[in-house]
Design a protein. Sequence first.
Length: 207
Amino acid sequence: MSNRYVYGVVEGDTVEFETEAVAGADRVYTISHRRLGAVVSDIDTTDPEETDEDAQRHDEVLREIMADGGGTTVVPMQFGMAFESDRELKNVLRGARPAFRRAMNDIDGTVELGLKLVSEADADIDREAIEADAADRFEPIADQSVANDLFSDRLVLNRSYLVAEDERETFDEAVADFEADHDDVIVQYTGPFAPYSFVDVKIGAQQ
């Protein structure tokens, strides 16, 4: 498997560990250019199929990278970034260096947390009041937040929050308090994730 599948980019750290990686790979390691390093595994294609299993492995590898060394900052890549050679990948790291540095500064010491508020079937609720209460409780704790698609009529709120690691417990408690005060919605709280929603660095292989 001569191609390189990219999970994310780190700065100054050499990440290497054995794990269940995308497409059956069993090792994750770093390809570096100057102080930037792409965390990769080997793969036999540059166009991997996004199966549920491999999408989960991609997320799990990112979590392991974040845990490596007690809290590595990683700029996460979306599923599917693969390159034909180390040289090609290093060229991308060189060209996107300023964007990666900005992204790392933005997300250093943070995680992404997801929150969905779902109404009970046929429930008559005050959506605006619930949204306002959620904003009052969660926005002051988070560094940033973004709205996600309301893909169901029952979804009252679907947001991702960028939260500093040292505010994580405070955010957890705020979610627990909100849930205790609202029996009119179902609270779905997920994470931590690598901060996909707060990174806008797009790279691609030259096909």
